[in-house]
Write a protein that binds this ligand. Structure first.
Ligand code: HBI
Ligand code: FE
Length: 287
């Protein structure tokens, strides 16, 4: 039996890349997870699910309930049985972070790459790279939502053009400020739908409750111009009025001219308002 360990490959990324296929998929090898790893998952799950009721949007709560994964690291094939009938998405196991073009191609075909390895005991609170807890707990519940399901496919399909135009950074900011760190207004208040927030206990509370944080209305072009941090809590969050706004706000846009206009401009710093912008007050009350 293989030792359940994570390695650092030549690329400096964690995960076992040697065994991966050309599309970077691997077998999940669920039987290789140790009892300690399942216990660590339960610990992470218990901590985050206690916050979900109050802080997560309704789609997240409903999706999480359908996954039934409180007891240990889930089998991706079980999730696929539920997801397939709901939105046609399928999880594929990957060793960790994968090249942009490969990531886009999976999304364009409604395959969501889920990292196989789990964080170690000493890094329960913060990770820079995605692990199975971030990818599964954070992202998979939202794949049951039709708007998110369709948006992610569109995002995957938009990838090649953005890369060809040297505007990958701009497109990636859309993913970052929505799928990873997005908020949505629900029943008058603000809720989390971004996986980067909902898989972190401290950022979940910060993003919703901290009165100092800048919260701005969702605006795709503004987002494409705004830089972000990968090593600290976000300084700006963008707020959708509803999840379908994600698609509605993008379908009419021709990304080509937008990339052309802004791709050489310096990024707007996160945490700063532009003249004329009105931040959304904490807890989303109308200004
Ligand atoms: N790979 N496993 C994984 N997860 C990601 O979120 C990811 C990736 N590769 C590229 C990538 N994200 C982003 O740089 C693209 O969204 C641009
Ligand atoms: Fe993620």
């Amino acid at each position: 039996m293989k030792t359940p360990r994570t390695h650092t490959s030549n690329s400096g990324l964690r995960g076992e890349y040697q065994a991966a296929a050309a599309d970077y998929t691997v077998a999940q090898d669920w039987h290789v997870y140790s009892p300690e790893m399942h216990a660590r998952w339960r610990h992470l799950y218990a901590r985050q699910s206690a916050l979900v009721e109050r802080y997560a949007c309704r789609s997240f709560r409903e999706g999480l309930a359908r996954l039934d994964c409180a007891g240990g690291i889930p089998r991706f094939e079980h999730a696929n049985a539920a997801l397939g009938g709901a939105t046609g998405w399928r999880l594929v196991a990957v060793p960790g972070f994968i090249p942009d073009d490969v990531f886009f191609d999976h999304l364009a075909h409604r395959r969501f790459p889920v990292t196989r390895w789990l964080r170690e005991e000493h890094e329960l609170d913060y990770l820079v790279e995605p692990d199975v807890f971030h990818d599964f707990f954070g992202h998979v519940p939202m794949l049951f939502d039709p708007a998110i399901a369709d948006f992610l496919e569109l995002y995957g399909k938009a990838g090649a053009r953005a890369m060809a135009m040297g505007a990958l950074e701009m497109l990636a900011r859309i993913y970052w400020y929505t799928i990873e760190f997005g908020l949505v207004r629900e029943q008058g208040g603000l809720k989390v739908f971004g996986a980067g927030i909902i898989s972190s206990a401290s950022e979940t509370i910060y993003a919703i409750d901290d009165p100092q944080v800048l919260r701005l209305p969702f605006d795709p072009v503004r987002i494409m111009r705004t830089g972000y941090r990968i090593d600290s809590f976000q300084k700006t969050y963008f707020v959708l009025e509803s999840l379908p706004q994600l698609i509605g706000g993008l379908v009419g846009l021709d990304f080509g001219p937008i990339y052309e206009t802004w791709r050489h401009a310096p990024a707007l710093p996160a945490g700063e308002c532009l003249p004329g912008e009105t931040p959304i007050p904490v807890h989303g009350a109308c200004a």
